[in-house]
Design a protein around this ligand. Structure first.
Ligand SMILES: Cc1ncc(COP(=O)(O)O)c(C=O)c1O
Length: 467
């Protein structure tokens, strides 16, 4: 007989083979998940969160070293965000931003514009990151059309970058395994090298990757290029930071060819890099910022496209409009969650905390460099990666089978069993990624360091035994 969700929650579902497990295996379609791997294994069911920690259905505690999915920035268990959402439901549960406005969306738009650098002042709300990227790409195209340049439809992103999964956003995503199954994609997606300099020749010009964007624009024909979309620090591949001057060079290139610059800050805004926006950290002025995740610390789904005065201008005159929208864009309950979340950021100075403590997090990871498979440590703010290699001196990486065995066969399970949630990923070369809640402090860094040392040492021993 089918179990109702409430029966499952009431406790009958806890433990091995419980009703909640059974219902998950039978009915829940998990995202980006090999569901067959749970046929004979337990689905990890997280039932509660508190600060930097979450708890599974058996009551076991885990350090959430990934802020769930780079998003619970203010940490778990912030009941005041829930209280703000409940108050909003009592006042106005929903109204739309299609031709109408409501107080929370207006207040939030004003507040975001106040935080955003320069003339990034017009906020278009979405329900998440992919919708933000999708909207930004469409906005760029219609912007150029308004300026009599309808031939500009291409978008240049970087290799291995992740910009979301909807068909438009997927055009920008530079991960072949995510693109290939859905081809033909929307036309116009082009890719340039990323900033991962770990294996670059020592004498390569530090601004090579920036200049490759110009090469790409020239190759395509500037009159066909609409936008360049890049993350301040690229997530997929493992926290690729920009070279000094990279962003200034990219800005110059975009200006030279009339191409719009989108800073995709779905991860890198809201304190992740120690600033409201990642572009502030690296001192550049994008035409558009895309954001989501940490805006509400993920207590409610919400994203936003923040456009400069220049980009918004054509849509403020005459009969012109951005013919685009989502029912839930600017949802009042999500907007109330975002405002309460930003109150926490202000009160606890979470951006300042990240700036003060990122060196300590970094040192914790640097201290692991004596483990033979630790090849590189990189990142910024509370957003770091460790690249794993077969041989530290030659930087030899793992082949596909070895990577599968190392990451999925051992590391993911071992880290979780040892109470640390982080990401073991091989969309580029194999990496472990860490992105803890922005309230994490010395105690959590020590725990991260100890667990990684234990598990990576065992992994290194296994790698050595295989050779
Ligand atoms: C840079 C970037 N852009 C877009 C997205 C897509 O966001 P969502 O999963 O909310 O659709 C992500 C998700 O991680 C991301 O990291």
């Amino acid at each position: 007989m089918a179990t109702t969700p409430q029966e499952a929650i009431d406790g009958q579902g806890t433990g091995a083979g419980g009703a909640l497990q059974e219902a998950a295996k039978r009915h829940l379609w998990m995202h980006f998940t090999r569901m067959s791997s749970y046929r004979d294994a337990e689905v990890p069911i997280i039932v509660r969160g508190d600060g930097c920690y979450v708890y599974d259905e058996a009551g076991k505690r885990y350090l959430d070293g990934l802020s769930a999915l780079f998003c619970v920035n203010a940490g778990h268990g912030r009941t005041e965000i829930g209280e703000a959402m409940a108050a909003q439901v009592s006042e106005l549960g929903f109204y739309t931003n299609w031709s109408y406005a409501h107080p929370r969306a207006i207040e939030l738009a004003e507040r975001i514009a106040g935080y955003a650098p320069g003339d990034l002042e017009r906020v278009f709300f979405t329900s998440g990151g992919s919708e933000s990227v999708e909207s930004a790409l469409k906005l760029c195209r219609i912007y150029h059309r308004h300026n009599g340049e309808g031939g500009r439809y291409k978008v240049i992103a970087r290799e291995i970058a992740y910009h979301g999964t909807t068909m438009g956003a997927l055009t920008a995503t530079g991960i072949p395994d995510l693109r290939a199954p859905f081809e033909p994609l929307n036309p116009g997606g082009r890719h340039a090298p990323n900033t991962n300099s770990y294996r670059w020749p020592a004498d390569r010009d530090p601004l090579w990757a920036a200049d490759q964007i110009e090469e790409r624009i020239l190759f395509e024909g500037p009159e066909t290029v609409s936008a360049v979309i890049l993350e301040p620090v690229q997530n997929a591949g493992g926290c690729f930071t920009p070279q000094d001057g990279y962003w200034q060079r990219v800005r110059e290139i975009c200006d030279r060819y009339g191409v719009l610059l989108i800073s995709d800050e779905v991860i890198c805004s809201w304190g992740r890099l120690g600033h409201w926006f990642g572009c502030e950290r690296y001192g550049y002025q994008p035409d558009i910022v895309t954001t989501a995740k940490g805006l509400t610390s993920a207590y409610s789904p919400m994203g936003a496209v923040i456009a400069s005065a220049k980009v918004a201008a054509p849509f403020l005159e005459g009969t012109s409009m951005f013919t685009h929208g989502f029912t839930f864009g600017g949802h009042p309950v999500s907007a109330a969650a975002a405002l309460a979340n930003l109150d926490i950021f202000e009160r606890e100075d979470l951006c300042g905390h990240v700036r003060a403590k990122e060196g300590e997090l970094r040192q914790t990871l640097e201290d692991l460099r004596d483990i033979p498979i630790v090849g590189d440590v990189r990142g910024a703010g509370f957003f770091h990666a460790i690249e794993l290699v077969k041989d530290r001196d030659t930087k030899e990486t793992f082949d596909d089978d070895e990577s599968e065995w190392l990451l999925r066969g051992f590391l993911s399970g071992a880290l979780y069993e040892n109470g640390l949630i982080c990401r073991a990923d091989d969309r580029g070369d194999p990496v472990i990624q860490l992105s803890p809640p922005l309230i994490a402090d010395s105690e959590q860094f020590a725990e991260i360091g100890a667990t990684l040392r234990k598990v990576l040492t065992e992994a290194a021993d296994r790698v050595a035994a295989e050779r």
